[in-house]
Design a protein around this ligand. Structure first.
Ligand SMILES: C[S@@+](CC[C@H](N)C(=O)[O-])C[C@H]1O[C@@H](n2cnc3c(N)ncnc32)[C@H](O)[C@@H]1O
Ligand SMILES: [Zn+2]
Length: 354
């Protein structure tokens, strides 16, 4: 019988992905810290999230929706076996794509909505956002890394509204394109979204946003990569040339170019993870907290240096030189920095620019 964070459950046919444990844990920690009182779960599957939210967040109102009746029976079985409060739980079996609208029309609104589909979350964003009370939170999973990494031309525009490019920074560009699509759906509802964290796991992006009233363009812009010197830049308007060397640039956008992390929330989540003894989540939060808020990064192995230096050494050298620099969760061999790329190379001990 699988056990996650002290919660035992039994599954017959329902979906359960043990790899998503940290993502579930991050959601629970954030919901605890934010004082969430009502939760709506789309795509509840076998209900491991339902059990964790019920046990560690304890919402007064908890609504779990799942398209497969049998899976929901397994969820209920596990919920009752764990002695969780059945009077707070509402279950519904329906296709969220069509019935999401019905929930919205019923006037249902929640502090926290968890959107955990297979693949892309795009078709479900409008209903999910509509179910969040203003000032509440939407926790989104996307396992559509094939499209978000720029490998499925056409699908990127159709699902996220952005034509992507196969840059070395595809993991972060994908995260920012996903955020743009969430912002765009919110915009159509006269809402705004602000990211609280973005957790990247290679096969999935996990994104927590706060849903705010009144649309605005804040945070939206374009990414540029210089074809000559390789410097990445971001700005609210698309540019044609590189601000460092004047060379021609490639442009991706519109995407989210604002900060990815709410530092105060991450600090509180890390403290909470420490109190709970949730070490894997604590490490994940530390990685996010350690990142400087600079769009894009440079993969050291791609800089064609005679010998690839360690990330730690480059970060230290850049900081000594007065730049902002850090590791990044998006690539283990890369450095995030506000130093332009030619400067990065020069800082590495006068090595030639080529
Ligand atoms: C990724 S799994 C959910 C996993 C679960 N939240 C967890 O953390 O273990 C996706 C679930 O969505 C359900 N599903 C797929 N399409 C659906 C739809 N249109 N409406 C409602 N549920 C759907 C599937 O039956 C499956 O259980
Ligand atoms: Zn340049």
């Amino acid at each position: 019988m699988p056990v996650e964070k002290g919660v035992a459950f039994r599954l017959w046919r329902a979906f359960y992905n043990p790899k998503a444990e940290v993502a579930r844990g991050l959601g629970v920690l954030a919901a605890r810290v934010l004082g969430v009182r009502s939760i709506f779960e789309t795509f509840a599957g076998g209900g491991i999230r339902t059990l964790l939210y019920a046990r560690y967040v304890g919402p007064e109102l908890h609504h779990a929706n799942e398209g497969h009746r049998g899976f929901l029976c397994e969820l209920l079985h596990n919920y009752l076996e764990n002695g969780l409060p059945a009077d707070r739980l509402r279950l519904s079996v329906s296709d969220f794509l069509t019935d999401g609208q019905r929930f919205v029309c019923e006037g249902l609104r929640y502090d926290w909505v968890d959107l955990d589909p297979f693949g892309t979350p795009s078709p479900f964003l409008v209903w999910s956002l509509s179910l969040v009370r203003p000032g509440g939170y939407l926790y989104i999973t996307s396992t559509d890394t094939a499209t978000l990494s720029g490998k499925r031309r056409g699908e990127d525009v159709r699902l996220y509204g952005v034509a992507l490019r196969p840059w070395e920074t595809y993991a972060e560009v994908g995260a920012r394109a996903l955020l743009y699509s969430v912002w765009s759906a919110a915009n159509s509802l006269n809402l705004h979204v602000r990211p609280l964290f973005l957790y990247y796991e290679g096969y999935a992006h996990r994104l927590l946003v706060r849903v705010e009233e009144r649309r605005r363009a804040e945070g939206i812009g374009f990414l540029h990569r210089c074809k000559v010197c390789g410097t990445y830049t971001a700005s609210p308007r698309a540019r044609g040339t590189c601000g460092v060397c004047g060379g021609e640039v490639e442009v991706v956008g519109p995407v989210w170019i604002g900060p990815l992390y709410d530092r105060d929330l991450l600090r509180e989540m890390e403290e909470e993870a420490g109190r709970m003894g949730w070490e894997k989540e604590r490490r994940a939060i530390r990685r996010m907290r350690g990142e400087v808020d600079v769009p894009m990064y440079y993969v050291l192995a791609n800089l064609r240096l005679p010998q690839t230096p360690s990330v730690r050494w480059v970060v230290r050298r850049l900081r000594e030189a007065g730049f902002r620099a850090s590791r990044t969760q998006f690539h283990p061999g890369a450095v995030k920095t506000d130093a332009p790329r030619p400067d990065v190379i020069v800082e590495l001990g006068g090595i030639s620019r080529n």
